[in-house]
Design a protein around this ligand. Structure first.
Ligand code: GDP
Length: 440
């Protein structure tokens, strides 16, 4: 992998009017460049107050934060300049820095350098992206725990176990006279132990997707039962059109809210009635509603008078989902005793209780001790690591071949190495950092 350590710079705050804008420089020439444009001598490890000057033109009053390598985000000499938050000023300072010999940083290049300079491993670099894009406090917490090295440490733990078996197997292959053959049962039991840990992480990966992308909860029921009204009440603003006319909601509408730190995507659907009575547009809406059930983790079945209003086919469609029955419009009529939650979107009655119930379901779906994240790339690596260990076990069922064991154990170790970035191609690396924004 080729490391290009020229000096890069970028605006690292959003380019919009605000109190402060920050420009970051990283690389060997960072100090040389700032000294050409700052009116004071830079004192390392200090907060430097002064002015940016272009020839004799005063550009801004700024604060300069100098970080000496390797004690910086990238592991290189880094300068951060805090300017006033005017896009005009920030751009003019950036142009000046470029004219002094820095290059504009590519997407994610600061973090890429942090990785290449061994400040962080790849799982931590990816966590930076997750932290920036976190959609709820829970997803931010998990991304931060990865940034702190949680997934890295977990991966190292498994890898070290495998290296221990691998080296014993390889030693017995290379030095059959000196090293005793490793007991097949020992290898199989060690592989099984590590498969269990990998499975645990992979199972939790589903939780990661929930935490990052949110859980889907769709509202299903006959036309006019009050789906759009409840949808609006849950969002706390009027997002869907509400009318007494049947078939008003023809398409699904999705909107997200944060409930106790979890992201929930509510989906309002077209009312489901006899398909034969619906016009073509409504029929498409109905099909979308059925699809919404398939794509949701939680299904809210709404009815006005009796749960019998809900079609058996729909119940069947939702059989693997978390289901909540909701009696609507309870300001007009209430059920004496019911398994259903009673709500009134008109008065707000029962809405908080419904939200609490949804949070309870989410807490059951997402384990409490789940405190790290895995993205799709990492999940693929974990799966490959697991499959390679399963191959070791399969091999052992037919023959006792140390060479084959060694081959698969090595594959498993290499797959884990990809998570932390010890084995990587330029293409994988580019794919990862292309998802970053400029300045990160
Ligand atoms: P949808 O077709 O299932 O989406 O139902 P809407 O939300 O569009 O509501 C249909 C009708 O029922 C509208 O006239 C609403 O004003 C009325 N409605 C909805 N929720 C309530 C409620 O909680 N109480 C009362 N009294 N009327 C409601």
């Amino acid at each position: 992998m080729e490391n290009n350590f020229d000096t890069i710079c970028a605006i690292i705050t959003p380019l919009a009017t605000g109190a402060v804008g920050i420009i970051r420089l990283s690389g060997d020439k960072s100090f040389e460049i700032i000294e050409q444009i700052f009116d004071k001598k830079i004192k390392p490890k200090m907060i430097n107050y002064g002015h940016i000057i272009d020839k004799n033109t005063f550009l801004d009053e700024v604060i300069v934060l100098p970080f000496l390598a390797p004690h910086s985000y990238t592991g290189e000499d880094v300068i951060e300049i805090q300017t006033h938050g005017s896009p005009v000023i920030i751009n003019s300072i950036l142009e000046l820095i470029l004219a002094k010999g820095a290059r504009l940083a590519a997407r994610g290049e600061f973090t890429k350098r942090a990785f290449l300079n061994h400040r962080i491993d790849l799982s931590q670099a990816e966590a930076v992206l997750d932290v920036i894009h976190s959609t709820s406090s829970k997803s931010a917490q998990n991304a931060l725990s990865n940034l702190g090295g949680y997934l890295k440490n977990k991966t190292f733990e498994i890898k070290n176990n495998l290296i221990e078996i691998y080296s014993r197997v390889i030693a017995s292959v290379d030095f059959p006279e000196d090293v005793q053959e490793v007991d097949k049962n020992y290898i199989v039991s060690k592989c099984n132990d590590n498969i269990l840990v990998l499975n645990e992480i992979l199972n939790n990966s589903r939780s990661h997707d929930f935490i990052r992308d949110g859980l889907n909860a769709c509202l299903i029921g006959r036309p006019n039962v009050g789906k759009s009204s409840l949808f609006n009440a849950l969002l706390n603003y009027t997002r869907a059109i509400v009318t007494p006319i049947e078939g008003t909601t023809r398409d699904t509408i999705k909107e997200s809210i944060n409930l106790n730190g979890y992201l929930i995507n509510f989906i309002d659907t077209a009312g489901i009635r006899d398909k034969n009575k619906a016009d073509l547009v409504e029929q498409i809406g109905i099909d979308n509603s059925l699809e919404a059930i398939d794509n949701s983790e939680i299904v809210l079945f709404l009815f006005e008078n009796s749960a019998n209003e809900i079609d058996d086919e729909l119940l069947k469609r939702a059989q693997n989902k978390q289901i909540l029955f909701i009696k609507t419009k309870c300001d007009i009529s209430c059920l004496a005793c019911s398994e259903a939650l009673e709500v009134s979107s008109k008065t707000g009655f029962g809405i908080d209780k419904l939200k609490d119930k949804i949070v309870e379901i989410i807490r059951n779906l997402i384990p409490n001790d789940f405190n790290y994240t895995t993205n799709k790339r990492q999940q693929t690596c974990l799966l490959r690591a697991k499959e390679a260990l399963e191959n070791v076990i399969k091999t052992s069922e037919f023959e006792d071949d140390a060479d084959l064991y060694a081959m698969d154990l090595k594959q498993s170790i290499l797959a884990l190495d990809e998570i932390t970035g010890e084995v990587l191609t330029d293409t994988i690396l580019d794919n990862i950092f292309d998802n970053f924004c400029i300045g990160k």
